[in-house]
Design a protein around this ligand. Structure first.
Ligand code: PHE
Length: 450
C-alpha cells in the first residue's frame, strides 16, 4: 500500500467516488450524443460494437486509470511520473497526461456550447414554448438558436462560469457537494421520458432499430465512432479518471466500483436511446439527422403529455446538471496539474484554464453561423473538436494508459492497488496488455486504409 496523500483532498467515502465518477461519465455523451450517433450509424450493429468496446476496452482501462491515480495521488501528469518511477519505468509516460489535459480543454470547447443549448431549452420548456408543438416547429426553434451566436454566447459563458465556480472550490466543497443529490434525480426523470417513449406506440420500432444486428450497416467509420464513444462516455483516455482516482479512499475496491460506474453509464445511454427513438419513429423523422436529434424530439414528447411542461423543464435542467458534473471533470485534471506544477492557487488556475476553454467554445459556437465556412479537414470547428478528441485523442490516450498499466506498472503494484481476486487480476492483465491495445490499433489502421 502507498500512504501518499493528495494535496487537493479526498472523497468522503467509496459512495461519493461512485457518484463523482458516474457524474463525470454520465453527461451529454449519454443523453445527447449516444442517441444521435446511433442514428447516424444505422442502429443495432453500432450499438453492439459500442457495448463490446465498453466491456472489453472501457472497463479495464477505467480500472487502470483509477489505479494509476490512487497510487500516484496527484494530477495525471505527476501521478504518471511517480507511478512510472516506482516501477522503474520511463517518465516519458507523463506525456499521456499532457495530451490529456489538452484533450480536456478541446472537449470543453464544444461541450459547453451543447450544454448552453440545453439550458436555453430548459427556459423555453419552462415558459411553455413547446406546449402542443410538433416536430417542425421545434426544428425551427433549434435552427434559429444555431443561427444566433449572441444567445449561444450568453449560455456558453454562463455554463463556463458555473463549471469553474465548482472547480475553484476544490474536491470536497465543490465537486463532491455537487454530485451527491443530483445524480439519482436525473435517473428518475430519464425514466419518465423513457415511460413516454414506451407508451407512444412506436417503442417496438425503436427497440428493433437499436438492437437488431445488421452486419451490412457496419462501416469502418461506425466502428471507429463506437470505439471513440466508449472512451468519451466513460471519460477515459484524458486523465479524468486518474484525477478522480487520486481522491479515492484507500479502502474502496477499484474493481467492483469500476463495474458499477460502467453499468450505470451504459444504462443511462440505453434508456436515453429508448426514450428518444420511439418519438423519432412516431413522427417519421430521420434517425440519422445528427446533433439536433434529442433537441427536436424530447420537446415534442414533453410538449404533448400531461404535466409535460413541468417534467420537461426539470428534465432539461437535469441534463444541464449532468453536463455540469461532467464538465467539472473535464477541467479538474488540468487545474490540479497547474496548481501542482506552477504553484498557482486554484483561483488563478481556474481563470487561466477556464479562459482557454471559453475561447475554444466561442470558436465552436461561431462555426454554426458566422464561421460556418471555416473548415478544418472538411469539418467545421465544432465537429472538428468532437472528432479529434473522441475519435483520435481519447482512444490513443486510453491505449497508452492500458500499455502503461499492463506492461510498465509492476504486477505486484497493480494487484495490491486494485484488490480484486487473482483470477480477475489475470483477466484484467490480458485485457490491458493485449486485447484493448490491439483492438484500438486494428480500428485505427483499418480506418487509415479506408
Ligand atoms: N463522459 C462525459 C459524457 O459522456 C464526457 C467526458 C469525456 C467527461 C471525457 C470527462 C472526460 O458526457
Amino acid at each position: 500500500m502507498s500512504d501518499k496523500k493528495s494535496i487537493h483532498g479526498i472523497w468522503a467515502s467509496r459512495w461519493v467516488f461512485i457518484m463523482a465518477a458516474t457524474g463525470s461519465a454520465v453527461g451529454l455523451g449519454n443523453i445527447w450524443k449516444f442517441p444521435y450517433i446511433t442514428g447516424v450509424n444505422g442502429g443495432g450493429a453500432f450499438v453492439l460494437v459500442y457495448l463490446i468496446c465498453v466491456a472489453l476496452i472501457g472497463l479495464p482501462i477505467l480500472m487502470a486509470e483509477i489505479m494509476v491515480g490512487r497510487r500516484g495521488r496527484q494530477s495525471p501528469v505527476n501521478s504518471l511520473i511517480d507511478v512510472a518511477s516506482e516501477s522503474n519505468g520511463s517518465t516519458l509516460w507523463q506525456l499521456i497526461g499532457w495530451v490529456g489535459a489538452v484533450a480536456g480543454l478541446l472537449i470543453f470547447g464544444f461541450y459547453s456550447v451543447v450544454a448552453g443549448w440545453i439550458l436555453e431549452y430548459a427556459v423555453e420548456m419552462g415558459s411553455g414554448t413547446f406546449n402542443g408543438s410538433n416536430m417542425e416547429q421545434v426544428g425551427n426553434i433549434f435552427n434559429a438558436l444555431l443561427a444566433d451566436p449572441g444567445k449561444m454566447l450568453i449560455w456558453h459563458t454562463i455554463f463556463t462560469v458555473l463549471t469553474m465556480a465548482i472547480v475553484v472550490k476544490g474536491v470536497n466543497e465543490g465537486l463532491e457537494r455537487g454530485v451527491r443529490i443530483l445524480m439519482p434525480i436525473l435517473f428518475v426523470l430519464l425514466v419518465v421520458a423513457f415511460g413516454y417513449g414506451v407508451s407512444s406506440g412506436h417503442f417496438a420500432d425503436a427497440w428493433h432499430f437499436m438492437f437488431d444486428f445488421e452486419p451490412s450497416k457496419l462501416t469502418a467509420k461506425a466502428v471507429l465512432s463506437a470505439l471513440g464513444h466508449a472512451f468519451f462516455t466513460l471519460s477515459l483516455g484524458m486523465g479524468t479518471m486518474i484525477a478522480y482516482g487520486s481522491y479515492m479512499t484507500q479502502k474502496a475496491s477499484i474493481g467492483s466500483t469500476a463495474v458499477l460506474v460502467v453499468f450505470l453509464d451504459t444504462a443511462v445511454a440505453l434508456i436515453a436511446g429508448l426514450a428518444i427513438f420511439p418519438i423519432v419513429f412516431a413522427n417519421q423523422m430521420d434517425p440519422g439527422q445528427g446533433p439536433g436529434l434529442m433537441l427536436v424530439t424530447l420537446p415534442v414528447a414533453f410538449g404533448n403529455i400531461a404535466l409535460g411542461q413541468l417534467f420537461g423543464t426539470l428534465f432539461f435542467i437535469l441534463v444541464g446538471i449532468a453536463a455540469w458534473t461532467s464538465s467539472i471533470s473535464l477541467m479538474e485534471p488540468s487545474v490540479a496539474f497547474v496548481v501542482e506544477k506552477f504553484k498557482l492557487n486554484r483561483l488563478q488556475a481556474c481563470l487561466v484554464l477556464g479562459g482557454l476553454g471559453w475561447v475554444l467554445g466561442v470558436g465552436a459556437l461561431l462555426s454554426f453561423n458566422k464561421g460556418s465556412d471555416i473548415l478544418i479537414f472538411g469539418k467545421n470547428f465544432f465537429d472538428f473538436l468532437d472528432y479529434v478528441t473522441a475519435n483520435i485523442m481519447l482512444p490513443l490516450g486510453g491505449m497508452f494508459i492500458a500499455l502503461f498499466a499492463g506492461w510498465v506498472v509492476k504486477t505486484r503494484i497493480s494487484r495490491e492497488e486494485m484488490s480484486i481476486t487473482p483470477l480477475a487480476h489475470q483477466l484484467w492483465l490480458i485485457l490491458v496488455r493485449f486485447i484493448a491495445p490491439v483492438l484500438v490499433l486494428i480500428v485505427f489502421i483499418y480506418n487509415l486504409l479506408q
